[in-house]
Design a protein around this ligand. Structure first.
Ligand code: ARG
Length: 469
């Protein structure tokens, strides 16, 4: 047991209590942020004359060395310390003696952990954003390649109207684009520095909170010290954005699983992204898509857990808040892993254009266009709808598609039909005539692709500002 406190205690902590209370097992994940926060704090203490310049320089150098030693493996983070903050401070004191004992001047673990978690989450926001951008590049490439690849569009999982693969991919482009926008919004709202909030009521030292905020790439300090130590809104917002990303990925996975099924065969998942069965030699399973779909629940769980943890906490810091970490860390890693794997699977997936075309062609997906043909020849839409309904019934009976009927058969149901009906209801016409912006027609899709390209080109760069200077 190694603790930063103990002066007012007359007994050793019970070992079970110690274990229950300790967080080093998981908060070591942000050792880097903890050390970087301490460096900024100590630079500021030096500039403000709270520590001498020599003391400040000495501590900064030692903290840099501790970070390097953890990274090169010569210093192991030991779980004999209560948390990562204690480990770093104890190591510093170990190496520097009395000077090391000055690190924690004008600071509490409450504002320290608030800072560490914010720095760590900010990094996750950026990394998640980068991964989404890569996924968007893959999707846009598919949109460009498959502008003429006709497939059925579904409602209720029933064939509805012909679309293109480009159009289908475009729907996901929009979803993941919104996910990135959400991350950007969160970044802007969260990028304020809680360091200097102290335990809850600030400190009596003349801290320069603007300086520490600036050193760590924040827009400025948070404006209320009680809120500074007890705010986890940014984490809830990030987990909520992650839950939405997972929901989008999961829907996409569901489609890939259906498209990859023996019945559909719209796609073939690359061997590198499939798995086999231990007993059935013929099997090639879409496990990655299923796992991404399956992992969505644990990310939702992390969000729900944190919301529940936070809902009963009176101001300011309470130990419940230590529970903000484990499930959040799991969710962060899960989301990033899922985006990366999904991207790899999508980029290597083969699309079976013939199967998709045949499926669109064979499923009465042109029935609306056949009704529109009658409308264009003076039949009121409601009547046209009824006529085409009877036509479809006849086709089902004859086991034929609408365009496989002879003109005589068509005329027997409605005399308005002429030879040009065949062209009017071809898959190609059905798609290419849908030209309002957002529709699958090639000319409309080209405009959308251009806009999405422009969106990806005007990059959102904040990386540099977020580095400690
Ligand atoms: N491990 C603690 C946490 O994660 C650090 C803050 C401790 N503060 C305290 N007052 N006990 O929240």
């Amino acid at each position: 047991m190694a603790q930063l406190w103990g002066g007012r205690f007359t007994k050793e902590t019970d070992q079970l209590v110690y274990n229950f209370n300790a967080s080093i097992g998981f908060d070591q994940k942000f050792y880097k942020q903890d050390i970087e926060g301490s460096i900024a704090h100590v630079i500021m203490l030096g500039r403000q004359g709270i520590l001498t310049k020599e003391e400040s320089d000495q501590i900064v150098d030692c903290l840099c060395q501790i970070k390097a030693d953890v990274e090169n493996g010569t210093l192991e983070i030991s779980d004999k310390y209560e948390d990562i903050h204690s480990f770093v401070e104890a190591t510093l004191i170990d190496r520097l003696g009395d000077v090391g004992k000055k690190l924690h001047t004008g600071r509490s673990r409450n504002d320290q952990v608030a800072l560490d978690m914010r720095l760590y989450t900010r990094l996750q926001v950026l990394e998640t954003d980068d991964l989404l951008k890569e996924l968007l590049e893959t999707i846009l490439k598919l949109m460009e390649e498959h502008i003429d690849t006709i497939m059925p569009g579904f409602t209720h999982l029933q064939k509805a109207q012909p679309i293109t693969l480009s159009h289908h991919m475009g729907a996901y482009f929009e979803m993941f684009k919104r996910d990135r926008q959400r991350l950007h919004d969160i970044f802007v709202r969260m990028n304020y520095c809680p360091l200097g909030s102290g335990a809850l009521a600030g400190t009596t030292y003349p801290l320069d909170r603007d300086l520490t905020a600036e050193l760590m790439g924040f827009y400025g300090p948070t404006l209320n010290s009680m809120d500074g130590v007890s705010d986890r809104d940014y984490l809830i917002e990030y987990l909520s954005a992650c839950a939405t990303i997972m929901m989008h990925l999961s829907r996409f996975c569901e489609e890939v699983i259906i498209w990859n099924s023996n019945e559909y065969q719209f796609v073939e998942i690359d061997d590198a992204y499939s798995t086999g069965s231990s007993i059935m030699p013929q099997k090639k399973n879409p496990d990655i898509a299923e796992l991404v779909r399956g992992k969505t629940g644990r990310v939702y769980g992390a969000l729900m857990s944190l919301l529940t943890t936070m809902k009963g906490i009176p101001l300011a810091y309470n130990k419940d808040m230590q529970e903000d970490k484990e499930l959040s860390f799991d969710a962060m890693d899960t989301v990033k892993g899922c985006i990366a794997l999904f991207n790899g699977m999508l980029a290597t997936m083969k699309f079976n254009k013939e199967r998709m075309y045949a499926s669109a062609n064979g499923g009465f997906t042109n029935a609306t266009d056949a009704a529109d043909y009658l409308v264009n020849h003076g039949v009121p839409f409601r009547d046209a709808h009824g006529i085409i309904g009877r036509l479809v019934l006849y086709c089902i009976d004859q086991n034929k598609a609408i365009d496989q009927l002879s003109l005589d058969e068509l005329k027997a149901i409605c005399p308005v039909f002429e030879q040009d009906i065949y062209d009017a209801i071809s898959m190609e016409t059905c798609v290419s005539k849908r030209l309002t912006i957002g529709a699958p027609g090639q000319e409309a899709m080209k405009k959308v692709i251009e806009l999405e390209r422009e969106y990806l080109a005007e990059d959102w760069t904040i990386d540099e500002d977020c580095k400690i200077r």
